[in-house]
Design a protein around this ligand. Structure first.
Ligand SMILES: Nc1ncnc2c1ncn2[C@@H]1O[C@H](COP(=O)(O)OP(=O)(O)OP(=O)(O)O)[C@@H](O)[C@H]1O
Ligand SMILES: [Mg+2]
Length: 233
């Protein structure tokens, strides 16, 4: 089956349960190329589940999911790494390697792709500079503040120029000032052409971003979101 639009992300009647617990029920939505979308909803609404489905970490029970024209609901396990190279992810619990330096953590996606040493050095430094933590490049993640670690995660997610950036509660541990800085970073990445999807509870983020909001409510889209919400900038 092919996607029915040229959207960057398309879900068609997607449902997902864990044992008997429904995480997502009959979700249909499009996210266009270059959009910056907020995914909101109460705890347990299925935000993280939706993001995990998009990177092939979970499979839907029903429905189709397309990312960048690929049917990710039907990917073979061996195809998942190729999908991941096109999608940058920022998880709430960071997942940084504690014994590797900031530089090495951010270099990982490039090493996996067998980039040359010169390319790795150039791209890692350039990305660390863009997110404002270049001066921390030789330190271990544990010696950085939460906000700095969050920036390192974002650097790692964008270093290989992903077409999509997915972030799950990226400002969950940050104060309002740091939150505003991270939102600015996402806007910058989006302005370079990357489609950005941020799952968040944080009303402050919604005010700062002021773009289309997709509300997950009781495991499906809230009624007013079933029709296409307007995009405001
Ligand atoms: N691995 C899992 N095993 C069993 N149930 C799960 C699993 N992951 C999620 N669920 C269930 O699926 C539902 C949706 O969970 P999900 O984590 O996607 O919600 P969320 O919107 O991200 O919530 P939060 O805002 O708290 O992060 C919840 O009822 C949750 O208990
Ligand atoms: Mg979650």
């Amino acid at each position: 089956m092919m996607p029915t639009t040229d959207a960057m992300i398309q879900l068609i009647h997607v449902s997902k349960s864990y044992e008997r617990r429904t995480a997502l029920s009959d979700v249909t939505l499009d996210i266009e190329k270059g959009e910056f979308v907020l995914l909101v909803g109460p705890s347990g609404a299925g935000k993280s589940t939706l993001l995990r489905l998009l990177i092939g970490e979970e499979r839907p029970d029903e429905g189709q999911i397309f990312v960048n024209g690929k049917n990710v609901s039907r990917l073979k396990q061996s195809e998942v790494p190729f999908l991941r190279r096109k999608i940058g992810t920022v998880f709430q619990n960071f997942r940084l390697l504690p014994k590797k330096s900031v530089f090495e953590n951010v270099a990982l996606p490039l090493i996996v792709q067998r980039a040359s040493a010169g390319d790795i050095r150039r791209k890692v430094i350039e990305t660390l500079r863009a997110v404002g933590v270049e001066h921390k490049k030789d330190q271990l993640p544990g010696s950085l503040s939460t906000g700095e670690q969050q920036r390192v995660c974002i650097a790692r997610a964008i270093v290989n120029g992903p077409v999509v950036l997915l972030a799950d509660e990226p400002t969950g541990n940050l104060d309002p000032e740091r939150t505003a800085e991270i939102v600015e970073l996402f806007k910058m990445i989006n302005a370079r052409g990357t489609t950005v999807v941020v799952a968040t509870h944080d009303p402050h983020v919604m005010t700062l971003v002021n773009r289309r909001v997709i509300s997950l409510f009781q495991r499906s889209l809230s009624r007013e979101q079933q029709t296409r919400a307007s995009v405001s900038t």
